[in-house]
Design a protein. Sequence first.
Length: 508
Amino acid sequence: MTDGMTTPLLRLRNIGKTYGFTTVLTGIDLDLAVGETIALLGENGAGKSTLSKIITGVVQPDHDGEMQIAGVAVAFHAPRDALAKGIALIPQELAYVPAMSVADNIMLNRWQSTAGFLTAGRVKAAALEAAQKVGIDLGDLSRPMTRLRLAERQLVEIVKAITRDARIIVLDEPTAALSQDESRRLFAIVERLNRDGVGIIYVSHRMDEVYDFSHRVVVLRNGRKVADLVTQETTHAQLIVHMLGHDRAPRVGAAPPSTAADAPIAVQVDNWNRSGLPSLAGVSFSLAPDEVLGIYGLRGSGADLVAEGFGGVRPDISGAMTLFGARTDIPRNPIAARRLGIAHVPAERKREGLVLKRSIQENLVMQVMKSLSRFGILYSRRERNLAADLAKRFDVRFSALDQAVGQLSGGNQQKILLASRVATKPRFLVLHEPTRGVDVGARGQIHTFLRGIARGGCPTLVVTSDIEEAVDLCDRLIVVREGRIVGELTGTDKTQQSAATLAAGDKH
Ligand SMILES: Nc1ncnc2c1ncn2[C@@H]1O[C@H](COP(=O)(O)OP(=O)(O)OP(=O)(O)O)[C@@H](O)[C@H]1O
Ligand SMILES: [Mg+2]
């Protein structure tokens, strides 16, 4: 409750940020009350992560702004300054120490003032207690961080921040890699923290979350605050107009006709198996030449393995496949996958997909050039045109093609990743979490574009944990649970409800 008289927990006045000639944020005013949750919305590149980083000391704002915590002016030079004032960030792109165990990561920097040595056992016990307090199951805490999937690493970050007794927690797309169930559990924790007076700011591209869990919504567009509203007093459609502007209302196209039942088979997957966890057991399916086939499953279901199998990063899967009439083995490495004409968009753009230090142009044409040029990467006008064309088709927002990809916003990095794989003109396109972190406007555009690629004769497989995407984008949807195909949905049977029920099994 804000009555105008109480001092807000956090107050921003005229906050701006400029990089060289690029202005990223302008004149941001924002108040966060005690126990309040604000959803921060905006298109890819609108400035949400930058604002999150300013509040938490990762990035320093331009000089003319002001920031107050409980009425006292503050200036942060590093994240530890913000942490000292009780402000924690769960970043969009996770930083972690890969060689360390989960337990060590949770307890990192928390023992500095404690004298004496800590045994691994004590660290693990303390970390376990922290995780249980938060109500998140992280499995075996002595596993190294590298063995964890993105969603699990994100949960580790969440446990870490929450157990540090923060007064303000900023979550930058915390649920992008979480399942619906995990997101609900996270927001239950957020509500509990709110009741204890903690202020929360979270960035999300998921509208249902905004309505279920936030008190207020702040919308950024091109680095300016364009709306600051009580969530329950605004509609979904109004928020989208604020995000995109009146001139760019979202296009909701009707789905093109689905593939005929007697369509020829372009890709046949034959009896894929993997022992160990997650497992695969007798997975077989096929794709028609012009269809978008989806695979949906909860975390640990094995759905991920199928995408990785096609990408050549899962040599531990046994089985065979037939691509356009030719029987072949599962590719044993990424180069073998590419030679088969398979383009694989990995789930983790930062770890596997992009070279962040390289330019937008290099990332866009790298895979094409490797296959076309005997002279390595040579940049002619042709490559530049190709890169510019791809950037435009995927609606990438950037200032120059020679800008490092690492400088782009998360959603724009995702678009570059997609574009770079599509650029190879594959015979078979395999996408793993294709629109993770992409805003609602661009997401629709990308879905339309992918459907177009499939209709043009490139069968497209989409492995996604985003149930809305699974149902909206795919012509046909296969549901995987515990390594097995448990159902196939098409036509009017293809609903979020039926997919969720199949994926969860009879357990509840
Ligand atoms: N170090 C930098 N140098 C130059 N420009 C930068 C730098 N860091 C960020 N930017 C630019 O600032 C703008 C805002 O980026 P930001 O990451 O805040 O967007 P965002 O709203 O979080 O988007 P997304 O939804 O895609 O995550 C982008 O255009 C980005 O390219
Ligand atoms: Mg961001």
